[in-house]
Ligand binder design. Structure first.
Ligand SMILES: Cc1cc2nc3c(=O)[nH]c(=O)nc-3n(C[C@H](O)[C@H](O)[C@H](O)COP(=O)(O)OP(=O)(O)OC[C@H]3O[C@@H](n4cnc5c(N)ncnc54)[C@H](O)[C@@H]3O)c2cc1C
Length: 337
């Protein structure tokens, strides 16, 4: 295990922000954490990152950054119909999806192409195209930075919600996720309830609902809408889709008949944040190297040398404008460090 001082994080965050960490250590196995803890180097202020695809570095980080690189996809148990996989946190999420598609284990094919590592997936209960991590999640193991002990969390204990879990609230920063268990189906469970997928299979009616075709559909739809961080630096959706009460939703629908709204339970409605930002005229706007993506208004981009502060300021201007124009408060999906 090597600890590097004054570490440049530019190549280690998908927004390409030129931030530095006071120290940075790559964690290759769980014993590394124990050693650092016993040396008094780990506490709740330590920052754990996977691929930093959901982080905006607003300034340098005055502490220790841990990059998790532990590897392993193992079969924990299986029956004729189901399989439980035990996956280490440092595995790349999309490699895991590829592995499950190759082996025809159904459940996470709709989460194809989400950047990042496995250990970050429970933090915001990653979701896309009608599937969320919680739909297949069994449990996780995590290192407690307060006690140095490893603890297990069941699905219920993780308190998953839309882009949310207990690790973003009560236990923010406290636990380092080491591994997760997912229960996948060996029998086909196609989920094309999401409109873009339904439309894809209607237009490509020769394609069967095989797991490979669903993954391909997700990949094609995603690529047509979202910029690849390898080409344009970004952190995916910058804001969450706001959830409003039904009365407010009806009022908006009267004023803007084309507004995309999705029912959430009986009393609430989800609004597409990207639509609000586009409608307010921000799509494609650029201020120096900080901008709003040309095709997807929910994505803020760094065209080269934007600072974290410039991206943050742009996001604040957008949020204020949306509040003034629509009376809706936008909440960030991205972590600001
Ligand atoms: C182009 C693009 C598209 C995206 N699309 C989606 C999408 O469709 N759906 C979606 O849900 N998200 C999406 N995201 C967001 C992002 O991919 C996910 O949030 C992903 O899970 C982040 O993984 P990461 O390894 O990069 O985590 P990081 O960004 O490194 O970390 C995110 C948070 O998790 C914490 N963390 C990371 N690893 C651990 C660990 N092992 N233990 C404890 N805490 C940890 C970090 O401290 C931080 O608070 C997208 C991002 C991009 C750039």
């Amino acid at each position: 295990m090597i600890t590097k001082p004054d570490f440049n994080l530019k190549e280690f965050n998908t927004l390409g922000i030129n931030a530095r960490a006071k120290y940075c250590t790559q964690i290759e196995n769980e014993e590394d954490l124990e050693i650092l803890f016993n040396e008094g180097k780990i506490d709740e202020k330590t920052l754990v990152i996977g691929e930093a695809s959901n982080i905006l570095f607003n300034s340098d980080f005055d502490g220790l950054v841990l990059i998790i690189t532990t590897r392993g996809i193992n079969i924990y148990s299986e029956t004729q119909k189901e399989i439980i996989l035990d996956i280490k946190s440092g595995e790349n999420w999309n490699n895991l999806v590829d592995y499950t598609v190759k082996n025809k284990y159904w459940g996470i094919e709709n989460l194809s192409m989400i950047p990042g590592k496995v250990g970050a997936a429970p933090i915001q209960n990653i979701g896309a195209y009608g599937t969320e991590l919680k739909d297949v999640f069994v449990s996780l193991e995590a290192f407690d930075t307060q006690t140095g002990k490893i603890e297990k969390f069941t699905k219920e204990e993780c308190e998953f919600d839309y882009r949310d879990s207990i690790f973003k609230s009560k236990y923010k920063g406290r636990y380092i996720i080491l591994s997760i268990k997912l229960k996948l189906s060996k029998t086909p469970k196609p989920n094309i309830s999401y409109k873009a997928l339904k439309d894809y299979f209607r237009e490509n009616d020769e394609k069967t609902l095989s797991i490979e075709n669903i993954q391909q559909a997700v990949n094609e739809v995603r690529s047509s809408k979202l910029p690849d961080p390898k080409e344009i630096k970004n952190s995916g959706s910058f804001f969450k889709n706001p959830i409003i009460d039904n009365t407010k939703a009806k009022e908006l629908k009267r004023k803007y008949p084309d507004i995309p709204l999705y029912k959430v339970g009986n009393d609430s409605t989800k609004v597409a944040a990207g639509w609000l930002i586009e409608k307010a005229g921000w799509k494609g706007k650029r201020f120096g190297d900080a901008g709003v993506h040309k095709k997807q208004a929910l994505v803020l981009v760094n065209y080269g040398n934007a600072s974290g502060e410039e991206i943050l300021q742009l996001s604040q201007k957008i949020a204020t404008d949306i509040l003034n124009k629509f009376g809706i408060k936008l909440e960030r999906e991205v972590w600001v460090i």
